[in-house]
Design a protein around this ligand. Structure first.
Ligand code: MG
Length: 310
């Protein structure tokens, strides 16, 4: 019923940090990436080659990519918005890049300053070039479950865009619940539609936990054969549309659930929690991941007070 094994794509060093006010130095990012790789994560998104004035937190992605520890079986990737970004990714020695766009016009315009058609046109120019350079390409399609500007999203429209991304050579499509409003029934309907045209191995889910439904949506994905999930250490990043709310699903929350269910991830939960503690220390505030906070609470000194629990 469930996949025997799932793969997690760790997006904390990119999607997490780009939404944190704290700007980590290169050394700190490399330490965090090393801790994530040591825990067994084999796919780690280390940054983004967007204009530094747009996302100053990730301006040093070239250096981070070059200094991330080179380990067998570990693949690093970064976002590339255009040809300049792709050239920087190639020069940094990355094995994978990701293009990104939204399923809705208004979010795509706010996020990339382009219409949906313009984004697709731009990617047609860079995806084949990446493949020719021996770099695999994943595509992010955001706002599939809901849009902060347009509300409900037409899944057929999202599928039309996805088809074009696939046809230009994107090997993996990551479907995003960017604002974290999806519910399990909706997830089933969206996946039923996509699975008519895509093999499950070509799809990944990028779920946010704003409303606390990310794990429930993951479970539906696993029931339907999806075996790749994007998560962020400690739930780093928050939600840019809902200050104070949870953002990306926390890596350790999904790893913990999978371990309890007997689903293999290849990740050592203890080492992952160490990486989460490091992320919280470096970022300097309490992160939203449930499993991390449970572990940190247990590690803290002090007596439990059973009378207070219900
Ligand atoms: Mg995200």
């Amino acid at each position: 019923m469930y996949p025997a094994r799932v793969t997690l794509v760790e997006v904390g060093p990119r999607d997490g940090l780009q939404n944190e006010a704290t700007r980590l130095p290169v050394d700190a990012k490399v330490r965090l990436i090393a801790a994530l790789a040591a825990a067994g994560l084999t796919r780690i998104e280390v940054g983004s080659f967007v204009r530094p004035d747009w996302i100053p937190q990730l301006a040093d992605t070239d250096l981070v990519a070059q200094r991330a520890p080179k380990l067998p079986g570990v693949r690093y990737s970064a976002l590339v918005p255009n040809r300049t970004g792709l050239d920087r990714a190639i020069a940094s020695g990355l094995q994978e890049v990701a293009v990104f766009m939204s399923a809705t016009e208004s979010h795509n315009l706010k996020n990339t300053n382009k219409s949906v058609a313009e984004s697709l046109q731009q990617f047609r120019g860079i995806v084949p070039a990446a493949l020719k350079a021996g770099i695999s390409v994943r595509a992010y399609l955001s706002t599939v479950w809901g849009c902060p500007y347009e509300g409900a999203v037409d899944a057929q429209r999202a599928l039309e865009i996805a088809r074009q991304l696939r046809d230009m050579g994107c090997g993996e499509l990551s479907l995003g619940d960017t604002i974290g409003v999806g519910n399990p029934l909706q997830t089933r309907r969206i996946l039923e539609l996509f699975l008519e045209e895509f093999p499950p191995a070509q799809l990944a889910l990028h779920l946010h936990d704003t409303h606390g439904t990310a794990l429930a949506n993951c479970l539906v994905g696993m029931e339907m054969g999806i075996a790749t999930y994007d998560t962020s250490i400690g739930g780093t990043g928050g939600c840019p549309y809902a200050p104070g709310a949870a953002g990306n699903l926390a890596t350790e929350d999904l790893v913990s659930m999978c371990a309890d269910m007997g689903i293999e991830t290849g990740i050592d939960l203890g080492k992952l929690l160490d990486a989460g503690a490091l992320a919280q220390e470096l970022i300097g505030h309490k992160l939203t991941g449930r499993r991390l906070q449970a572990a940190l609470g247990r590690r803290a000194p002090g007596e439990a007070r059973p009378a207070a629990s219900t």
